[in-house]
Design a protein around this ligand. Structure first.
Ligand code: AMP
Length: 389
């Protein structure tokens, strides 16, 4: 797999696919984290005398009205501030203006092309990886670098499409994500905290993690399906009936690895909140968080771990007091000297919103992409090996 370091960028037109899919409201960027995450790659290209051509998507474009709220113009302004350098915004995704501007670039110039998903109005050309579009975009540059981790599990014209026609590699962000989420090279013991709502969303994940991890601590809504599978009633808690058999099979096969909650924080039909041992959940109670005994139990495993990967909140963290388990696990992690990684689904937003961003060695920037990596899949947007390189 080639990285940006493997190319001579001097005086080359380098197309970098970044992820500038930032949250925006009324034209204002609410969080510029994604722009910041790509700065290292962009600065490296500038420092190495490249003509830097940036591409990104922003939101979804289904009708021409969607274009109004999803232009990358504001992003170019913010990027210019962060780089302390002019960034030329090109308000189109193909055409003479785009081509002429690129042909007149000098080394170290930076341009940002308009939202790649504007092309979805042409029969989903971007999202369906239209061959002609990928080839056209590739014709604008000499080298292609993909650094948009959060879309790297998708085959779009602006990542997979372009890479077919240019010498291609990955940027620093994708490199960092791949390293952080590489279970094969993780220091051991490797402990996984698994939470979130449904077992059905995590079957691939559980199958792969069970093979690779030393301990799997299961909390969140999905824990109740496992508890039910172990023969204990869970009252009105979230239950993924179709996957009780799968949970049972996993429990039998990996009984030395899977650790289930031993107590539960529940709310009953009158709104009363009560903590009880796991075999005491009443029929009108819904389990919404792990209890103190479970936190202590999980702590014992975490203290011995050298790598901890966390996917999915262990309780309904959006509502107090059911955020307690997730918060307490963050507090425990704070004092543990291990590689600590949060990734997939809601995990990143949960730990950041609860104020624990600094606890982690790495918080993945891609929900779906990080899940697929943890499932052991290869990402189509990552240029692993190619004949034309
Ligand atoms: P996921 O997207 O699968 O990671 O799931 C995240 C969601 O799981 C969050 O919205 C949590 O509120 C929810 N969740 C976590 N624990 C529970 C629980 N015990 N019961 C219901 N929902 C839960």
């Amino acid at each position: 797999m080639k990285t940006i370091r493997d190319f001579d960028l001097n005086n080359k037109k380098v197309i970098i696919r970044v992820d500038f899919n930032v949250p925006m409201k009324d034209g204002i960027i609410l969080d510029d984290n994604r722009i910041r995450s790509s700065l290292k790659t962009i600065k490296y290209a500038i420092d190495n005398n490249a003509k830097v051509i940036l591409m990104s998507h922003l939101g979804r474009i289904k009708t021409s009205e969607d274009k109004v709220n999803n232009s990358l113009k504001e992003v170019s302004v913010r990027l210019s501030e962060l780089l302390n350098k002019d960034v030329l915004f090109i308000p189109e995704t193909r055409g003479k203006l785009l081509e002429n501007t690129i042909n007149n670039m000098n080394p170290k110039d930076v341009v940002l092309i308009e939202n790649t998903r504007y092309e979805d109005l042409n029969d989903k050309a971007e999202s369906s990886n239209n061959e002609t579009l990928g080839k056209y975009w590739a014709s604008l540059g000499d080298i292609f670098i993909n650094d948009a981790f959060a879309t790297s599990h998708r085959s779009h014209a602006s990542n997979v499409g372009i890479s077919k026609y240019l010498p291609s590699g990955i940027g620093f962000l994708i490199e960092k994500e791949l390293k952080a989420l590489d279970l094969n090279n993780a220091k051991r013991p490797l402990t996984i905290i698994l939470g979130g709502s449904k077992v059905s969303d995590k079957i691939g994940l559980i199958n792969n993690l069970a093979l690779k991890a030393d301990n799997i601590l299961i909390g969140g809504g999905m824990a109740y399906t496992f508890i039910k599978a172990s023969g204990i009633d869970v009252g009105s808690s979230l239950l993924d009936k179709e996957n009780i058999a799968f949970a049972k099979e996993m429990l039998e096969k990996y009984k030395d690895k899977i650790v289930l909650p031993i107590d539960s924080v529940n709310r009953d039909s009158n709104g009363l909140i009560r903590t009880c041992f796991i075999n005491e959940i009443r029929s009108d109670e819904t389990g919404l968080d792990i209890g103190i005994q479970t936190i202590k139990l999980f702590k014992n495993y975490l203290l011995d771990s050298k790598t901890i990967i966390w996917n999915g909140p262990v309780g309904m963290f959006e509502e107090s007091p059911f955020d307690n388990g997730t918060k307490e696990l963050c507090n425990i992690l704070k004092n543990i000297d291990a590689v600590k990684i949060a990734g997939g689904g809601d995990t990143a937003s949960a730990v950041i919103n609860l104020g624990y961003k600094n606890v982690f060695t790495h918080i993945s920037t891609g929900g779906g992409a990080s899940l697929e990596l943890l499932e052991g899949k290869k990402l189509p947007g990552v240029i692993y090996e190619k004949e034309n390189n």
